[in-house]
Design a protein around this ligand. Structure first.
Ligand code: HEC
Length: 115
């Protein structure tokens, strides 16, 4: 009887720990998914879905490859400014919330990590 009880207690602890991990990691995934959707809808036409800027418009405007060192060495503030205030031929995106812009910056950083 004792043994059975501690077994159940052990399994319950593991279940709670797993549920907590899933719960805590869910928001991060949601943000990435949201940033990806925004990026594909608003940015990919010029920057390409892969961030390399190899679209017709991207080539015409000579956008930089987001995975390049040149873009990755820019600060988060630089990237944020480019998105919210525009840069060169890029239009400013004033309707995005601060959180959306932050997620987009993180999304652009991720391009630098997968090479
Ligand atoms: C109409 C085409 C176009 C669209 C749409 C566009 N961009 Fe750009 N973007 C550009 C161009 C062109 C530059 C380079 C400006 C320069 O260096 O003169 C640029 C630059 C940037 C930069 C600065 C890094 C760099 O390469 O200089 C960031 C960050 C950026 N864009 C993010 C975004 C995000 C995020 C979106 C969507 C919300 C977006 N862009 C939509 C054309 C575009």
């Amino acid at each position: 009887m004792r043994k059975t009880t501690s077994w159940i207690a052990g399994i319950t602890v593991i279940a709670v720990v797993l549920a907590t991990i899933v719960f805590l990691s869910a928001p991060a995934n949601a943000d990435t998914a949201a940033a990806e959707a925004t990026f594909k809808a608003k940015c990919a036409a010029c920057h390409g879905a892969d961030g390399k800027g190899e679209t017709a418009t991207g080539k015409m405007m000579k956008v930089k490859d987001f995975s390049s060192e040149e873009v990755q060495k820019m600060t988060d503030a630089d990237l944020t400014a480019a998105i919210t205030a525009g840069k060169g031929k890029m239009p400013p995106y004033k309707t995005l919330s601060a959180d959306q812009v932050k997620d987009l910056v993180a999304y652009i950083r991720a391009f630098g990590k997968k090479k």
